[in-house]
Design a protein around this ligand. Structure first.
Ligand SMILES: [Zn+2]
Length: 264
């Protein structure tokens, strides 16, 4: 899926944890931001496809493979590999905790620090994990899914239920969850339990609707390796969106899409 959908999903996860935290608006804002960061971060491994990768990072690290070979390969730092695994957010959180407590490192102190900021880490973790789940229904391409249980060599997903991007209906569902959960957060603090329930119900409802939509596309987008039908699939995906959203909403979403400088 595209980076905008992933980031928004992380933000939606953040709005649930913002409700659970029952903390100040500043803290809630930080939780939502961290959710967005967790949702976007796995695609950091797509940096190898950057046009200047070989002459900058590749040259600096003296890499044997070109950026393109890395991106479409099965190296641990290839696309959909380690950075698309459950281990990656855990390691990233551990590295952060160690760096933050490096001066007077004591395990107990680190645990205490973790507990104090637990909602931030949970949001980051689940924002990250939802990105991995969202990548599974896209085509297998050369990877065959995501390397969820790295260091295991098995890849999970690549089902081809949806096209890589232009899944506007899904973006609108995610956006709806964010808006409703932000409204729930405005309710008074003493309704905390009810707010948490509402927030979780809203997120689950959005997730169910999301699942329904991806399973009812009516077109099988699955392919392995590379496909000659790339443009045909892309067009079919857009036609599906037009049918779901109607001409007017589709036109608005297409306009937004055209203004964004990367695949959406
Ligand atoms: Zn991804």
């Amino acid at each position: 899926m595209d980076i905008i959908s992933h980031t928004l999903t992380g933000v939606a996860v953040g709005t649930v944890f913002a409700t659970i935290s029952n903390s100040s608006w500043k803290r809630k804002g930080l939780i939502v931001l961290i959710g967005g960061l967790g949702g976007a971060l796995p695609d950091l491994d797509a940096i190898s496809l950057w046009s200047k990768f070989d002459s900058t990072i590749g040259a600096f690290l003296n890499l044997k493979h070109s950026g393109k070979e890395i991106y479409f390969g099965k190296l641990w730092y290839s696309h959909h590999a380690f950075f698309h695994s459950l281990l990656a957010p855990i390691i990233l959180i551990l590295i952060y905790l160690i760096i933050r407590n490096i001066r007077k490192f004591r395990v107990l102190k680190v645990v205490e620090y973790f507990k104090r900021n637990q909602y931030l880490y949970m949001t980051f973790f689940f924002g990250f994990v939802f990105h991995l789940l969202e990548d599974m229904p896209t085509p297998a391409c050369v990877w065959g899914g995501v390397n969820l249980f790295f260091p295991s060599s098995s890849y999970i997903g690549g089902f081809g239920n949806i096209w890589w991007w232009n899944n506007y209906d899904l973006v609108l569902i995610i956006f709806g969850v964010i808006v409703v959960n932000l409204i729930i957060n405005i309710l008074p603090k003493n309704y905390h339990i009810a707010k948490v329930r509402l927030s979780v119900i809203m997120f689950s409802f959005g997730a169910s609707l999301f699942l329904y939509q991806i399973n009812n596309r009516g077109v099988d987008f699955s392919y392995t390796g590379h496909t000659k039908n790339y443009d045909k699939f892309e067009l079919q995906s857009k036609q599906i969106q037009k049918k779901i959203l109607g001409d007017k909403l589709f036109e608005i979403m297409t306009k937004i899409d055209n203004k964004i400088p990367f695949n959406f």
